[in-house]
Design a protein around this ligand. Structure first.
Ligand code: FAD
Length: 546
């Protein structure tokens, strides 16, 4: 189906057929570690979902139909539910409990930049909030517009704008529409001998427009960079007209205004085209695992690799707890629900505890061999033990499975959620312990036994990101409980000098802390950009800026 549901389930991640119950081994391990029995907690039936009373007036609806045609203005229940919030654990828990009260009043699906401009004009006239909707995988409340002062809310689903528009093979540049999802983009590029190499864990469903609007970062960021570093140009539809940016590989024509669009989360305009630098498909790939004794020492090894310009394409270092849990498959919760394999952790006695590191190399065959040998030398010198290619292969196989396992955990009364930050190397140890301690204390204050895991997967010469996963039994008020834990963790992030978000973006969840990171002047700059591009305040109100 085009657009409105994308073939995904309303209560969780991905397609229904990709889900299986929590494997018995994982279930009993959790019960043992957390001291709590699993219990069935299925989502309510779809008929029990509560939606807001539709507020799209007849005139506004007719005007939208006049622009797009009746098939592309939808207010059936299934479409509204599918566009209710994003895919954070709290988003899912609210839906699963029957709360779809943040659903939009209508979902509209434009097919071109000009149609987006026309929709914005209608929404301006009728005072409707516009929420650009890519894959709907936001985990920071980026799809929940504040309705106050507006007549209604529409979700602007970009699914029909999903073409690979052009390929400049000479310059290694492609132009892509925003609704293209990760797999379709890579498949399209492959026919031209190219790859982008942007692989966030949400890759199966997230879109190019979403990647740009959130400044996302993928699993191969060590080698290929963050998404924002791949963007050469953007075309943006705003309520005041079309804004095109990026006409050369580099420029000194004033500040780089592309940066105002990247990370703007739909609050400044709708990204309708993205120009990306691509690279030739790799001749060779090689993934393998290593074991190091402790997380702090292993992080120092990553620092040495980054500062000596020796990074592999992929690095992923799990701390002792994530390794012991056998969950370095990554994301909300790793492992392989399809097989029941709970992951590839070196916590397995066969591989000996410590911290697991995955290294992956993709590129020209000569580069892969040479880089692997240089990295291997440094790792051996640091006392790392080689675990071989099987661990690398199973990580590659399982790397997009985590969100399905999260759904299986939610089905049995467990809670799993993540948070992320980044800091300079000099502050990273304090950031790690500060955030971890804050989560432990916040869980203890709620009498909740929990497992807290962390990994590093985005590494720079100057620092790295930290990605925490928390698994615990669902408390009585799981949403309020997590909000308290997240607030404590975010305060600890700021105290330890980290960023409130390395790649998940601001949305509504991080918005209260944005001023603490960028200052009052920064907030005023963002406000003036918003006022210039969106004077009526219809674009994603409440997201990024209040
Ligand atoms: C299981 C899971 C794993 C994840 N893993 C990663 C990861 O590894 N790395 C990472 O960086 N993130 C990750 N995320 C977060 C999320 O997938 C990213 O933020 C992603 O970039 C969002 O893309 P999307 O197309 O789903 O955007 P959406 O969720 O639809 O939108 C995100 C924000 O961007 C705005 N927006 C969307 N499209 C446009 C557009 N065309 N123009 C203007 N604004 C727009 C929306 O209004 C919203 O504010 C994960 C999320 C989940 C649920």
């Amino acid at each position: 189906m085009t657009g409105a549901d994308g073939g995904t389930v309303w209560w969780g991640w991905g397609a229904a057929e990709a889900h299986i119950p929590l494997p018995a081994g994982v279930r009993s391990l959790l019960e043992q570690v957390l001291g709590t029995a699993c219990r069935d907690t299925p989502p309510v039936g779809p008929d029990a979902l509560r939606l807001p009373v539709g507020r799209l007036g007849d005139d506004a609806r007719a005007a939208l139909v006049g622009v797009l045609g009746p098939a592309w203005v939808r207010d059936d229940r299934a479409s509204l539910v599918r566009h209710c919030r994003g895919r954070s654990t709290t988003d899912l828990l609210r839906l699963r409990a029957g709360d779809a009260m943040d659903a939009p009043d209508a979902v509209v699906l434009p097919a071109s930049h000009d149609e987006v401009l026309a929709v914005l004009a209608v929404c301006g006239r009728h005072r409707l909030a516009v929420v650009p909707f890519g894959g709907g995988t936001s985990v920071v409340g980026g799809l929940v517009a504040v309705r106050a002062g507006l007549a209604g809310v529409i979700a602007l689903d970009m699914a029909r704008m999903n073409r690979l528009v052009s390929v400049d093979a000479e310059s290694h540049i492609v132009t892509v529409e925003p609704g293209m999802r990760g797999p379709a983009l890579e498949a399209g590029l492959a026919t031209h001998g190219f790859t982008l190499g942007h692989l966030p864990q949400s890759w199966e469903y997230a879109t190019v427009g979403g990647f740009a609007a959130t400044r996302s970062s993928g699993q191969a960021s060590a080698g290929h960079g963050r998404f924002d570093s791949m963007v050469l140009g953007v075309r943006v539809a705003t309520p005041v007209g079309t804004w095109e940016l990026g006409r050369a590989p580099a420029s000194a024509a004033g500040p780089d205004l592309r940066e105002l669009v990247l990370g703007s989360e739909g609050a400044f305009g709708v990204i309708t085209q993205v120009r990306l630098r691509v690279r030739p498909r790799p001749e060779a790939t090689y993934y393998e695992g290593w074991r190091l004794t402790d997380f702090t020492g292993a992080a120092d090894v990553l620092r040495a690799l980054a500062q000596r310009d020796l990074l592999p394409t992929v690095v992923r270092l799990s701390d002792e707890v994530e390794t012991a849990a056998g969950l370095p498959g990554g994301g909300p919760v790793g492992g392989d629900p399809a097989t029941g394999d709970s992951g590839t952790g070196t916590g397995d006695p066969a591989t000996g505890g410590g911290c697991q590191l995955i290294t992956g190399y993709e590129g020209r065959a000569g580069w892969v061999a040479a880089r692997r040998s240089e990295v291997g030398e440094l790792l051996h010198a640091a006392g790392a033990v080689a675990l071989g290619r099987d661990i690398g292969a199973s990580w590659v196989r399982d790397r997009f499975r985590g969100p399905y396992l999260r759904d299986a955990l939610l089905d049995v009364g467990m809670f799993a959620e993540t948070l992320e930050t980044a800091g300079f190397w000099s502050t990273l140890p304090g950031l790690y312990t500060g955030v971890r301690d804050a989560i432990v204390a916040a869980l203890a204050a709620q009498d909740a036994p929990g497992v807290i895991m962390c990994h590093i997967s985005h590494v720079y010469p100057t620092g790295a990101s930290l990605y925490f996963t928390v698994v615990c039994p669902q408390p009585g008020e799981p949403v309020a409980s997590w909000v308290a834990v997240k607030a404590a963790a975010t305060r600890a992030v700021l105290d330890a000098g980290g960023t409130i978000t390395h790649h998940h973006a601001v949305g509504t969840d991080h918005q209260p802390w944005l001023a603490a990171e960028i200052g009052d002047i920064g907030m005023a700059v963002l406000r003036s950009v918003k006022d210039t591009l969106d004077p009526a305040g219809i674009l994603n109100p409440g997201i990024l800026l209040r």
